[in-house]
Write a protein that binds this ligand. Structure first.
Ligand code: MTE
Length: 348
């Protein structure tokens, strides 16, 4: 379950043959590739290319069927995602099928049921999109998403994703390290945390219209600066080789693979560099159950359930597919040092 860099080990030795192709040359945009649930399709499509002597390389996982939404991403966004390259971080676990990743969601802005975001976010339009940058940084103001993303090469990373509700997936995200977006903004020495907000627009997000909604919108999340700048912390603009579906947080969402899924805030419209630890949505909703750090930790139970194991989707009543939960979701070698000296039972 450990992640390894390709430099350490041949990818083909640790990953199903079908997820990798034995050649350096990666052909972006290869048509007709099958979804990961039909992995054999991934091995095809590049006849005629050369370079096998250079060693193995991973192919990007692409969904071949109809996209799971009707929103129309910007042309530049589409082109960026199509031009993504395989990245250096990948879990060697079996990847969760596309339909689970895009139809079993938590996105309370579109409803609280697992199928609600898929049903209610189909037409959510995310072009144009801008992100407001505020706080302790040299460059602040309103930025078109295109200007923040265009300078960067997008890459695919396959991460384990563990929800605090004790289910998990393995997801092929496409995006860019958060640090690549934050560094050019020039955070100053007063920037000790990053606070992020999701769009608040009840006309477009039906879950925000609910009179009885227990959440104080907008959805807010935050990271300590060293967490935000860590190479594993990722901003995803796509999944399964396609632009991010609205139900997964289009057009851009955070992915922090060693933390519970609720830290991975969706549809971000505001980034603020702050001095004090920000109050986050789930902490404000129930501080006894949800902390600021929320590192995946099998040793610290949720007050209402154990966190020692998880249901890896797909999971059914008869085949629950229950596995042990790993500390920091298996990314301890990379991130445990960020928390040296901290009592993770108290600072959960
Ligand atoms: N971001 C916003 N804005 N609203 C939400 O309700 N849910 C969080 C997180 N980000 C949520 C959010 C939770 S609880 C989880 S587990 C993940 O999104 C789910 O991501 P997924 O639907 O892509 O699997």
């Amino acid at each position: 379950m450990l992640i390894k860099r390709p430099a350490d080990i041949r990818p083909s030795e640790i990953t199903p043959e079908t997820v990798w192709r034995s050649r350096r040359r990666f052909l972006a945009g290869t048509a007709g590739m099958a979804a990961a649930s039909m992995l054999p399709g991934l091995a095809s499509g590049d006849a005629g290319a050369s370079g096998s002597e250079e060693g193995p390389v991973r192919a990007i996982l692409r969904h071949a069927g109809k996209p799971s939404h009707r929103s129309r991403p910007a042309a530049w966004h589409q082109a960026k995602v199509e031009g993504a390259v395989p990245g250096s971080w990948y879990a060697d676990d079996e990847v969760t099928p596309y339909d689970y990743v895009t139809q079993y969601n938590n996105f309370y802005e579109f409803g609280t049921g697992k199928g609600d975001p898929y049903s209610n976010a189909q037409d959510f339009q995310t072009d144009p999109w801008s992100v407001e940058v505020a706080g302790h940084a040299e460059k602040t103001g309103k930025f078109a998403l295109e200007d923040l993303i265009k300078p960067h090469q997008l890459e695919e990373r396959i991460y384990r994703f563990r929800c605090v509700e004790a289910w998990s997936m393995v997801v092929p995200w496409i995006g860019v390290p958060l640090a690549s977006i934050l560094k050019p903004l020039g955070p100053t020495s007063k920037a000790r945390y990053v606070r992020m907000e999701t769009l608040h627009d009840p006309r477009r997000m039906p879950g925000q219209r609910g009179f009885f909604s227990s959440i104080d919108w907008p959805y807010v999340e935050g990271l300590r600066m060293d967490e935000a700048m860590h190479d594993l912390t990722f901003v995803a603009l796509g999944v399964y080789g396609e632009t991010m579906p609205p139900q997964n947080g289009a057009p851009l969402r955070l992915v922090v693979p060693w933390k519970y899924g609720f830290k991975s805030i969706k549809s971000i419209v505001r980034i603020e560099f702050v001095e004090r630890q920000p109050k986050t949505t789930w902490e404000l909703t129930n501080a006894r159950e949800y902390g600021f750090y929320s590192n995946v930790n099998p040793e610290v139970d949720h007050p209402r359930w154990s966190q020692a194991s998880e249901r890896r989707l797909p999971s059914t009543l008869f085949e629950p597919n229950r596995i042990d939960t790993l500390k920091f979701n298996g990314y301890g070698d990379q991130v445990a040092s960020l928390y040296a000296g901290m009592d993770l039972r108290r600072q959960f």
